[in-house]
Design a protein around this ligand. Structure first.
Ligand SMILES: [Zn+2]
Length: 95
């Protein structure tokens, strides 16, 4: 009885450390209802955890984008335009 009451209270009033851990976990899978409610209440009161949540959300978005669009490797060598310019310069020196 007391153990379950304590776990209810713990879930509904998480400390910052717990709240930040739950925010990270919530990015991967939905939290149980009680923890979600506790987190919601905590985020209304704590701007540090709100900010943390925004930052990890942003990081997640950036990581997803990187996974979706892998950076293309840089082109080796000169561009066609640069090659043409060099050719014209060399030719003009010969003339
Ligand atoms: Zn907090």
């Amino acid at each position: 009885m007391w153990t379950s009451l304590k776990s209810w209270i713990d879930d509904l009033s998480p400390a910052c450390k717990q709240a930040s851990e739950w925010q990270s976990r919530a990015l991967d899978a939905p939290l149980p209802l009680r923890k979600r409610a506790g987190l919601w209440i905590h985020l209304r009161l704590c701007r540090w955890c709100r900010r943390y949540g925004q930052q990890i959300g942003l990081l997640r978005q950036v990581c997803r984008k990187c996974d979706e669009e892998p950076a293309s490797p840089p082109k080796a060598g000169l561009s066609d335009e640069a090659k043409e310019r060099m050719k014209q310069r060399l030719q003009s020196r010969r003339d």
